[in-house]
Write a protein that binds this ligand. Structure first.
Ligand code: ADP
Ligand code: MG
Length: 408
């Protein structure tokens, strides 16, 4: 599996050529204000490299989930305004994606100029299941690049999607991995092949059903899987404990029991918390207490108590495992970290990741948000993945259309 890189494209020469770049500009907005410009900042280096080398850069990106037709609230306008503030090059936004405005502005670009095309998901063909429809849209994107164009995929968060701007354009133009995609793939490869041991995986988050496929693929690969978050209650139920009003996916209990059974043969140990923080209700100011994980219904809140975090004993035990590891992958907060009272477990894990000599990777949108909200710096971790869904699907062992299409 090898793909050509952006540096190879630059070395081939891009001056005067139209280079189509798929970026991830899917930023959170409050009205027309970008509330977190992380993805814009992360996308800037590749666009800048191409601009510096004299390319005429055409950027495609999506924002939110419009229904295949233009909607003002999903316009890339705020994202592009922020990009223009950060950029040392000229940036414009077309009023449409492949229409009159895109064609006219593309035609008037000078070397080094950047034109962002409006939200690719304003065209229903972008996400169509019909190969011919997506192909036709891709043809229109490719046509904007003239007869000497190339394609760079820098949107790691979208590589698991078989969409026109991710997959089909790469079948029609010479294609290259952008630096963001390249880095992500290098990191994820370290988590799947020749992984440095002990390899500890920390899984949390809300739903166990979201993480089952990745657990399945990690059995036999990870030495230890530490279980926290909402999913821990399905694990507790699977070993016969009552979980009161905690998040429980009863239909997944047999699946979890099967994993627990297969784990020891596969050489993977699950570590399930021995204590949990139970609250009277789901609220920031709820009354709460620490109880043993096998006695959740014995808390003062009885059968209505809900587990909202792992307990301090478990957090310390998890931290010890992390500090003794050589490789750590973390996906999913340990508790409802959005409420200060239930952020202790997540904070302890984040802290341990900053203290271990291991190579550490944080995956998942909420996990990345958690480490930042809790006051940690990105630089304290080996790698913070930009694509939650895409990185999980990679670790599930799935084929990612946007990556395999770049292979040759
Ligand atoms: P990521 O985006 O990192 O993959 P998820 O989307 O799977 O993570 O889950 C994140 C959410 O899980 C957070 O909003 C957090 O509040 C929630 N969560 C964690 N622990 C619990 C719990 N015990 N009960 C309910 N929700 C929880
Ligand atoms: Mg999430």
């Amino acid at each position: 599996m090898t793909s050509h890189t952006l540096n190879e494209l630059i070395a081939e020469g891009v001056r005067g050529r139209y280079i189509l770049v798929r970026s991830d500009l899917n930023v959170p907005l409050d009205g027309s204000t970008v509330t977190d410009d992380g993805r814009i900042k992360a996308s800037l280096p590749v666009i800048e490299k191409l601009s510096d080398a004299g390319a005429r850069v055409l950027v495609t990106a999506h924002l939110g989930r419009p229904k295949g037709t233009p909607e003002a609230k999903y316009s890339l306008k705020p994202a592009v305004a922020r990009l223009a503030e950060l950029a040392p090059f000229k940036v414009q936004l077309a009023d449409d994606t492949v229409g009159g405005s895109a064609k006219e502005l593309a035609g008037s670009l000078d070397d080094g100029d950047v034109l962002v095309l409006e939200n690719v998901r304003f065209d229903a063909r972008e996400t169509s299941k019909d190969d011919a429809e997506r192909g036709a849209f891709a043809d229109e994107l490719v046509a904007l690049t003239g007869d000497n164009g190339a394609y760079v995929d820098d949107a790691f968060g979208a590589v698991h999607r078989k969409h026109a701007s991710v997959y089909d354009v790469a079948t029609k133009l010479p294609s290259y991995q952008g630096d963001l995609v390249h880095t992500e793939v290098e990191v994820l490869r370290k988590l799947t092949t020749d992984t440095q041991r002990p390899y500890v995986v920390v899984l949390g988050g809300s739903k166990v059903s979201d993480k089952l496929a990745v657990i399945d693929n990690l059995l036999g690969k990870a030495d230890t899987i530490l279980v926290g978050g909402g999913m821990l209650f399905t694990f507790l139920a699977a070993v016969g404990h009552k979980v009161a009003g905690s998040l429980l996916e009863a239909d997944q209990i047999p699946v979890v029991q099967d994993y627990l059974k297969r784990a020891s043969d596969a050489g993977t140990a699950f570590v399930i918390p021995t204590d949990v923080v139970v609250a009277s209700r789901f609220a920031a100011d709820a009354e709460h207490e620490v109880v043993a994980a096998d006695a959740i219904e014995d808390s003062s809140f009885g059968a209505s108590g809900i587990g909202l975090d792992i307990g301090p004993v478990s957090a310390a035990a998890f931290a010890e495992q992390i500090k003794a590891a050589k490789t750590v992958f973390w996906n999913g907060p340990m508790g409802v970290f959005e409420f200060e009272a239930f952020s202790g477990g997540t904070r302890a894990i984040a802290q341990a990741l900053t203290e271990t000599p291991a190579f550490t990777v944080v995956g998942g949108g909420d996990s990345a948000a958690a480490v930042r909200t809790l006051g940690f710096e990105d630089s304290q971790f080996g790698h913070i993945s930009t694509g939650g869904g895409a990185s999980l699907e990679y670790l599930e062992g799935k084929d990612l259309p946007g990556l395999s299409v770049l292979d040759r």
